[in-house]
Design a protein around this ligand. Structure first.
Ligand SMILES: [Zn+2]
Length: 369
């Protein structure tokens, strides 16, 4: 699981006023020197046991609870949730903390307080869309995921928006109805069918991954790719994840509509690198062996005339695979260059081959944007 950055928890502890949290819960506070005191809302308190230091933004119950500290601890206690869930509640600034009656805290929260992911009546397409939206919002709030993109040479807010890049950090469940309710059980079951949640554990399939959705031209999500970014994973943990079943769709299909010349990468991250470097007519297969019938059909449908293959140089096998597919589609191949494409913004691969229809000869790399 991705760790919550320390700056983020420090910021919440600093910025969320405990005084305000207490008042929202109906606690009447009185000045007592530099502190504020009141009846503790978390136990049956008759003499004011709750002490709040507005200066340090800390709290403490000197009575039966015998505990306190930060705003996060307050929310954990008040809502009966985990540290992580409390952080998420505070981040969302959705604080249903104004209990009508001060009373003992719930043993364990049974009602999710965050905005729901989706109405439970919506269809699978819309449900998947709302997952993509949640991951997208999460990425924008997660510095470590953004830093990963920067390390990969992908520093572009425009790219993040255009391709709805996201990050999965196990917070999706907080936006679902509780699993002990019908609506919650039903929505989880559907997310399992789609592949967003794992069948056995119910955990998020893409947890700890930067997520790249693949849309069709109607704007529907047809495939998702996740790249794990968590350091120190157990050996053997797959770094590249997809939705279950055969790969569907062509990433950045608009490019094929717009241009007869297309750069084909072996991975979506590589394709994004090209895109950021100004080569907008770019798409990707789903890994070395992930050049699919959908790709072929799209190249045919849009009358693609020339394909620049930008696979890693050290992959020998894929050439043949691509060649075989493309040959049927009347493309032929010519080695155009064997060098790192540093100049194009990605260090590890070489533009190795150009596939083209027999009428066309390779000229220069297309570049726009
Ligand atoms: Zn107390």
């Amino acid at each position: 699981m991705a760790r919550i950055p320390e700056e983020e928890t420090a910021r919440l502890k600093r910025e969320v006023s405990i005084e305000r949290l207490a008042e929202a819960r109906g606690v009447k506070l009185k000045r007592h020197g530099a502190d504020l005191i009141g009846l503790c809302p978390f136990h049956d308190d008759h003499s004011p046991s709750l002490v709040i230091s507005p200066q340090k933004n800390l709290w403490n119950c000197l009575g039966a609870c015998g505990r306190g500290r930060s705003a996060i601890d307050w929310v954990m206690r008040a809502e009966g949730v985990s540290f992580r869930h409390a952080v998420e509640l505070l981040r969302q600034e959705h604080l249903p903390l104004a209990a009508k009656q001060p009373g003992p805290p719930p043993k364990k929260s049974t009602t999710v307080k965050l905005p729901p992911l989706a109405e439970h009546t919506i269809d699978d397409k819309r449900l998947l869309e709302s997952v993509v939206r949640h991951y997208h919002e999460t990425l924008k709030e997660t510095p470590e995921a953004q830093q990963y993109l920067v390390r990969r040479g992908l520093q572009s807010a425009e790219m993040v928006e255009q391709f709805r890049l996201g990050f999965a950090n196990r917070t999706l469940g907080y936006h679902l109805p509780a699993s002990n309710r019908n609506a919650g059980a039903e929505q989880r079951e559907r997310l399992k069918q789609i592949g967003i949640l794992r069948q056995e554990s119910g955990h998020e399939h893409f947890n700890g991954s930067v997520v790249i959705p693949v849309f069709n031209l109607a704007g529907e999500v047809v495939e998702m790719y996740g790249r794990k970014i968590t350091p120190g994973l157990r050996p053997g943990t797959p770094l590249h994840l997809y939705l279950p079943g055969p790969h569907r769709g062509v990433w950045n299909e608009e490019a094929l509509v717009a241009s007869k010349e297309i750069i084909l990468c072996e991975a979506l991250i590589d394709a994004l690198t090209f895109w950021c470097a100004g080569f907008r007519q770019v798409t990707a297969s789903y890994g070395v062996n992930g050049f699919t019938d959908d790709h072929k059909a799209a190249f045919r449908r849009y009358g693609t005339q020339r394909i620049y293959i930008a696979y890693d140089r050290d992959e020998a096998g894929e050439f043949f695979q691509i060649y075989t597919h493309a040959f049927e589609e009347r493309f032929f191949f010519e080695i155009v260059q064997r060098r790192g494409y540093k100049g194009f913004g990605a260090p590890n691969a070489g533009i190795r081959l150009a596939a083209q229809t027999r009428e066309a000869r390779p000229r220069t790399m297309p570049r726009t944007g």
